[in-house]
Design a protein around this ligand. Sequence first.
Ligand SMILES: Nc1ncnc2c1ncn2[C@@H]1O[C@H](COP(=O)(O)OP(=O)(O)OP(=O)(O)O)[C@@H](O)[C@H]1O
Length: 719
Amino acid sequence: MEIQSAYQEELEKLEHTSAWIDRKLSELQSVPRYFGDNLTEQVLDSIRETARHNLSGATDEPYFGRLDFKEPKDASSRQLYIGKFGVDHDTSGEPLVIDWRAPVASLFYSFTGGEGPASYEAPDGEIEGLVYLKRNLVIRKQILQRVVDTYDRNSDSPAVTDEFLLYRLGENKDNKLRDIVSTIQAEQDKIIRSAKNTALVIQGVAGSGKTTVALHRLAYLLYQYREQIRAERMIILAPNRMFLDYISSVLPELGVGHIQQTTFEDWALETLADRITLADESDRRARWFAYGGEKPVIDDEAPGRFKGSLRFMQAIRGALADFERCFVPESDFEPWPGAKCSADKMREWFHEEYRHYPLMKRKERVEGRIKRWLEMELNETRDPNVRKERKKKATQKLKTFWKTWPDDTPFAFYRSLFPNSAREDGASSRTLGDLTIPAQVAEESVLAFRKNKVYPEDLAPMMLIYNGLYGIDGDRTFDHVVIDEAQDFSPFQVALLNNHVKSGSFTILGDMSQGIHAYKGIRSWDEFLSLFEADDRAYFTMERSYRSTMEIIRFANAVLANGIPDAMQAVPVFRSGEKVKMLCHDRKRRTDTIVRALRKLESGPASTIAVIGRTEQECKQLHTALLHEDISATLIDAQRQKYEGGLSVVPVHLAKGLEFDAVILIDADEEHYGANEHDAKLMYVGCTRALHDLWVMYAGKPSSLIAGTDDEFVKHIEA
Ligand SMILES: Nc1ncnc2c1ncn2[C@@H]1O[C@H](COP(=O)(O)OP(=O)(O)OP(=O)(O)O)[C@@H](O)[C@H]1O
């Protein structure tokens, strides 16, 4: 079919669909909402409300794709229009627009050309047929802007599968991550549509769409399992508030609301409302992200690694078990001579009758039981004066007796596992069984605890203790948990979360090559995979990178390979752009060179630009220097809550997860980026933030991470 006639055909179809949607929507809007008690009316109202929601969502861009599919039983192929919201047809029953999450819509994503049959998984089993046409459509505010056929069985010309994707990838970005429903790729679709009760672990290169895919997966799960799961019971755990702000548009764009989005720290602190606050980590960060000199040693004794380990978790479980065993004190309760509630009895209640409850609940139950026992004993006292006197004394005695029972808060309990003094020998054999707390960990912890402060790695242990004491109530259980940037999570955190999620329903995603927080993160995905049974987990890799041009990806790959020879290399989609610009400048003219590059970029098409520096301190100084040059940029520091877009100055370790049309990576010299794994990961993160344009600047000797990068994708320019 020729483009002109295809366009005409689609124009007519769009007019028809839009008119139908507008008419139907206004009909529905004229029906008042029902708030009465009649069940049938309530159901009808809810159906109307869903239809109103879908039709409003579909008004401006009713669909983005068309697939002509013929099953063997059909005489001719059916035209399936795929959109963000399903729209049912009134009379024929054939949907006017099919929701992108519906089983048949998966064909649109999984079919990548070829003469052979295609199939999809319907509720009643696999359905096979032939695809005749796959067409992408761009509609904005009911206006048809673009028609691209990516497959046509009746055409002689070969399929242009990637044309539409490249068109989308070439667009500039604003300050928010966007949905990708119209261009989801087959390997991404597979992950999005994976079964609910599986712990998915995804290793994906920078820009492979991990975050985006995880968000689409949530929308898919809500659609596919709508009877079993609720949005309020799903949670996304991301590294910081600014990142959450950056991704906050995707779910509303997909018509999904109410999913909890937070950081692990905020989630835990909400529960541990226990007078504790997080210790300031700026010194730690400064030490870890400083350049040159010796890096702090990262072994399994480092605080984050140690406290995030499963052996520490086992030790805490052991301490909780000891606590439980000795919970009921040895002494009987004897309110007056001759009346005795024995310790044995109380132990029986505590350890047997109430064993299914968490510890503090058991304590509450035993207390109620003692009070009832006391009432009965008092009732047997005939003389009212004696009874009165006994009651008074017994109440007093019970109060005193009750004080001998444990009343620990999670913090008090956790703190008691550490030595009392920072100078004391780190070993704490009493409560932690065989496990010795390394001296440096004990020292740092004790100093913080004294000020009622804890480190982020203390939160998972404290949550485990909290759960042992108070249990996990319904409000804290989830139908699904997403962990983004999971390479920075610990096995303890994931194991803890597993207690909060039903049926191990997880999406865990990250990139080991971006593991710049090695002092707390994992070394291999096996550390998480081993937490789940083989049948309950799945591991995916995403190797194609969609964010950056081919030149930028090849450059970033070279940087990574120079620092970590066996790291997974990103495979670029064939989107060619400008070469990476390498610029050697005079040390004294650093600001001047950056300003000139910025002025050049600002006069070009880029709408988001970042200058990526090495440390927070250096970025702060540069930010001030730029202000003196009348260049106003947003300084991204660890406290920032919102990502504004426009021009940003950002230290490389805080750029993770973000993306910009153009990036200027400054100070790419030998001093700032050494030839080691850590610096290679940092520089890799920095380079892979750029979508279309990457500038790399240095004074003096270039870092050996960028030495020898190929002229095929690098252009050396004069400062
Ligand atoms: N199928 C796709 N179609 C269009 N754009 C895509 C597709 N997949 C990913 N992208 C785009 O690629 C960019 C990177 O996506 P995303 O941030 O989700 O990747 P990531 O793997 O989480 O990256 P990183 O690990 O580097 O933070 C985004 O701009 C996203 O919109």
